[in-house]
Design a protein around this ligand. Structure first.
Ligand SMILES: [Zn+2]
Length: 432
């Protein structure tokens, strides 16, 4: 970790580390879920697995934050001097930084690598008015003339460095005579003013006009990035922040989402709610992982096991007539449906359990009363798990299912009691 902060980690070391990680995760077998998906946040269908390459990049990039923090250190003198001389005294690191290679060649290789890494990894377009208005004009990949980024030093010297400089307090574009007067320019500069205006994306101008000038109170004119549609100051850019930004910018969408979108053409539930549901309804890791496998379409049942030659036939363990797939066994199988309906009937007086359809069977119940949301989804998950585990016996039993649900109920009750006891112990001691 410490070495990764400053030196270049050799490519083969990274490859080796990635291989060790994969072997550990998949037990030396073929990966079943893409590495990029696994690294996503829970709400985006991941398990927050560590992306080693991104970890190294985020540690490296934190050098830029340290360069501009408030502490004075001798080591900063040289790099800051290089940056000020080559890129200008007003230069700031921003989300759309794109410095031409002939300028980058003026930097020693370490600084060059850092700046290039920043440009490559942190690029993100601004959407909200304050972020657009705070865009730095120079070396900005969105502001190009003849397809080249620009840096007009005479404008920068006069204090014109940001998009907002071109707009008045009501969000309207300033006319040339006002602009010229405000920044003490001569008519010689009018063409450059016109060129910059012309090169700014139309959507930016529209957003700022619609905002009516409110952005002026929210400008951020120091080094910053754009994350999740908001401005993130360089000072707050810890390695963990950079890491999560890199994962976010990669914007990996799990392959299984496409698969399920094909089966259920009108899924009206947010995917993040689908992914977070198992984490809300249970604390049991095995149940969470079980549902995670269903959502990633890697819960292998007879249809696939037969293909892998691990089962004699591809048919459902219960009805023995249809292919055993996730949708069949949890939603359309007659036998498992009878069991679910028996359960509904059995607890009719206590709780209203909805009937199953393929979508709710796989994703969970979302259109139910908020008060019963967790319990109903927990019961559904336990039902699916029971159906899954009992396949070898080929026989479903209501008594056994209820027994397994009650066992979990008692366990969680006990767990809650212990938690409460610990809590009251802590509060008691806290009071003393
Ligand atoms: Zn069946």
């Amino acid at each position: 970790m410490y070495l990764a902060l400053l030196t270049n980690v050799p490519k083969n070391t990274l490859t080796e580390l990635n291989e060790i990680q994969n072997k550990f995760l998949w037990n030396n077998k073929k990966c079943k879920i893409k590495h990029d998906t696994l690294c996503n946040e829970h709400k985006n269908g991941g398990l927050k697995n560590v992306d080693i390459n991104f970890k190294v990049i985020s540690l490296k990039l934190s050098w830029i934050r340290r360069l501009y923090d408030d502490n004075h250190h001798e080591w900063k003198i040289i790099p800051l001097n290089f940056i000020n001389n080559i890129l200008g005294k007003k230069f700031i690191f921003h989300s759309n930084l794109c410095i031409p290679s002939f300028i980058m060649d003026h930097f020693p290789s370490f600084y060059k690598d850092m700046i290039l890494l920043w440009s490559k990894c942190c690029s993100s377009s601004p959407n909200i008015p304050s972020a657009i208005a705070s865009e730095y004009l120079w070396y900005n990949s969105y502001i190009k003339i003849d397809n080249k980024v620009i840096n007009f030093k005479e404008f920068s010297k006069k204090g014109i460095n940001y998009v907002f400089n071109f707009f008045d307090e009501n969000g309207r574009l300033k006319i040339w005579s006002d602009f010229k007067f405000e920044y003490n320019l001569t008519d010689k500069s009018s063409f450059k003013w016109y060129q910059i205006l012309n090169s700014m994306p139309k959507s930016w101008k529209k957003t700022l006009a619609d905002d009516g000038g409110n952005f002026r109170n929210l400008l951020h004119l120091d080094h910053h990035l754009i994350k999740n549609n908001s401005i993130l100051a360089l000072k707050k850019l810890s390695p963990a922040e950079i890491y999560s930004l890199l994962i976010l910018l990669r914007n990996n969408i799990p392959t299984s989402q496409k698969y399920y979108k094909n089966i259920f053409t009108n899924v009206d539930i947010e995917w993040k709610d689908i992914y977070l549901l198992p984490r809300k309804v249970t604390i049991e890791t095995k149940l969470r992982i079980f549902q995670y496998k269903i959502l990633n379409n890697i819960l292998y049942l007879n249809k696939h096991l037969f293909l892998f030659r691990k089962k004699d036939n591809k048919f459902c363990s219960y009805c023995l007539t249809e292919e055993e797939t996730i949708t069949h066994i949890f939603a359309t199988c007659q036998k498992t449906n009878i069991l679910w309906n028996d359960l509904r009937y059995h607890w009719n007086n206590i709780i209203h359990i909805p009937a199953l359809n393929p979508q709710s069977a796989i994703f969970g119940f979302f259109q139910v009363d908020q008060q019963e949301f967790l319990i109903l989804n927990h019961i559904l998950l336990l039902f699916k798990y029971y159906v899954y585990l009992t396949r070898d016996s080929n026989k479903l039993s209501l008594v056994a299912l209820i027994k397994s649900i009650k066992k979990v109920y008692l366990l969680e009750k006990k767990y809650l009691q212990t938690m409460n006891e610990n809590l009251s112990y802590l509060t008691k001691n806290g009071e003393n």
